[in-house]
Write a protein that binds this ligand. Sequence first.
Ligand code: PEP
Ligand code: MN
Length: 337
Amino acid sequence: MVIVMKPHATKEEIAGVEELLRSLNLGVHISEGSERTIIGVIGDKRQLAETPLELMAGVDRMVHIVEPYKLAGRAFHPRSTTIQVGSQEIGGSQVVIMAGPCAVENESQLLSTARFLKEQGVTFLRGGAYKPRSSPYSFQGLEEDGLKILAQAREETGLLIITEAVSTRSLEQIAKYADVVQIGARNMQNFSLLQEAGRSKMPVILKRGLSATIEEWLNAAEYIMNEGNYNIILCERGIRTFETYTRNTMDLSSIPAVKELSHLPVIADPSHGTGQWKLVAPMSRAAIAAGADGIMVEVHPNPREALSDGPQSLNFDSFRQLMEEVSKIAGILGREI
Ligand code: PEP
Ligand code: MN
């Protein structure tokens, strides 16, 4: 439920409502707008049935929220959230470009990619050290050694590091080396991992699950937020459909839909979204045109030799081309790269 305060409710009136809610052991989330304050209420609200909140000073009305997610929803927090990572802001006027190999394979592969991306004006370097592979016989990642290589790339280039956690143990390691933790599609409903990411307070990229509805995806964000971490970036990465030509079906419509339902920034991953490098640039352009706050793209110095996701990885030349194209689209929308 949301309590909408009157346009010029005083600080004391707002504090009075907050105090009453807290005395009933309810969670309170205050969002100050330019016109009025709204107070989100979380918890078992049955006791409120007996409490005439509408009659309290400064209260305008109560609005029942039908969505199961509250903290992630716009009703609780009408203004769009921006997330600060180092000197970078995600969800603001800039379209953020995140790029790098699917997996960290060795020092020269990662460092050469990092140096190239830095030259291209990229600010976030992605690379998996723990890889959630579909087959147990596929390359599983360098684990902590991979994290150390990522940290070395950050040291040398200043790029901010994004890497995936596949378990609570890997999350602890990642917190020592990276700037943003990614929760992958396969773990979108690993609720203990989500809660741990919530307690870690690191910015989180939360990918949409392979077969997750938008509501399930926002509920996954709610798990993280419910532990006190509001630094979440949602990432559309394609969903399973009957189509097999592409690896996944990139659900472009989820981008404007989620931006309407939630205040959290939304980015798109056209590499996993399509599985084919030739489709990455057109879908990057489309995602930005649809309102994405950024894109995450797989790049490899030699995709043919990549240990994972080579067919969907761009080489340096095609990435350079993509940067030119997406800068134009962002410009049309009045956003910068
Ligand atoms: C990845 O980013 O390399 C990855 C495994 O992504 P997803 O979880 O979307 O499959
Ligand atoms: Mn990958």
